[in-house]
Design a protein around this ligand. Sequence first.
Ligand code: NAD
Length: 480
Amino acid sequence: MTMISQISNRAYIDGTWHKLENSFEVRNPFDQSLVANVADCGAQEAKIALEAAVEAFKYWKNKTGFERAAVMHRWAQLILDHQEELGRTMTLEMGKPIVEGRGEAVYTSTAITWYAEAATRIAGEFVPSRFPNKRAFSRPEAVGVVYGITPWNFPAAMLARKVGPALAAGCTFILKPAEQTPLTALYLAELWEQAGGLKGVFQVLPCQDPVQVSKVLMDDPRVRKITFTGSTEVGRLLYGQSAKTLKRISLELGGHAPFIVFDDADVELAAATVAGSKYRNAGQQCVATNRVYVSEKLKTEFENALAKATSSIKMGNPLELDTNLGPLVDAATLAKVKDHVADAVSKGARVVSGGHATGGLFFEATVLSDVKPGMKILEEETFGPVAPIVTFHSEEEAIQAANNTEYGLAAYIWTKDLGRAWRVAEALEYGIVGVNDAVPSAMAPQAPFGGMKNSGVGREGGMWGLDAFLEVKYISMVLP
Ligand code: NAD
């Protein structure tokens, strides 16, 4: 078992664990205790990593898909074997309940396995020719050196969805994990090394301030692709920066998911489904329900059912197995949640259950009703355990309200009417729609994941996620 203290103060560059003079602290959101001092990389480390990634690309891209798959399969197995430690590391650095952390480790392994298998299936096509003496082919080739930036809310899963397809395609990968959660990424690098991962193929550069590392990699034309998950604001910045060297870009950005509960819904089940989507990871998910639209006819019944569902959520130490709701990741996240609730209440919303910060970084699982347009909670991503209920009278009104946002990542509906399910799923301007399903992307690395509008560019998951790391070369040959 790897101890956090063994890897924490090192960066993984060119197959070596570099101890740096500068470090920064990672603190446990549960009690603010020090988890570790972590190596703080800057421009110099980024330059070394870039040279290593460029060198490694020369041989990694020329390995067969079967050879790349073999290393990745070993890595996936090690991740599965270390799910307990990985789950614990995630819990310590960002506060998610350990049961969710372990589940994320299993997902991570599954995603790496899926892309290991995909590595053996990358194939070109025979392209028809109008000329009898010509033969033509398309040949997929790795894009090149990739720079990846991941967020803190799913520190292992977000890494897997990027690194998995990139390595399968034959790219080399430099990762800058979020400053709140570098340890999970370092742990995964340690397992990569144990799996026999070649030097320079996958590197991890933790840093407190992302700008210095990013500048080196965003400015250099040899980095051919940037893949990012995080806020829309930073995504826009990177989109702009990538224009200079025309990097390929994938962006998974913010969400503001609506959940529409129609009047034919089974209210208890619908409330349980909303709770499942809303309170996981304390609501700190890009796909978390952020607005609940409930048919006017079900208003009171649904409010009571959702309040009942929240009453069984146990808030506490996220290392304990029966905890469902841990602390929020940091003070800024808590402040935003408090602000959204206070703003809504000051404009006429009613607290049905919860509603309070209870000390430290904890905020209760909350249900708000009588929520109206003009309240911040209906306009911005809350990223906390608060479900605001808005009522509607017709299907058209619900669709219009759900689509009335700059975001378009995930949306949910609850209905027993199959015609309505299709109609509404097709009308929603979202990349992912869950019909009676709180977690459409759970354990599904094979499914497309991504957003419309300001929620992103491109898709992760499945062969869509692999294509994002491939160029297509067209080869045409005249026969002698
Ligand atoms: P964030 O954008 O502040 O940070 C994400 C990452 O970007 C971190 O690694 C951070 O260090 C880095 N970063 C910040 N400023 C940067 C800069 N100037 N240059 C380079 N890198 C920079 O986001 P956050 O608040 O940490 O994460 C939450 C956001 O991520 C939410 O908006 C959430 O919806 C989104 N998210 C989206 C998905 C998805 O798949 N669409 C998944 C998870 C989270």
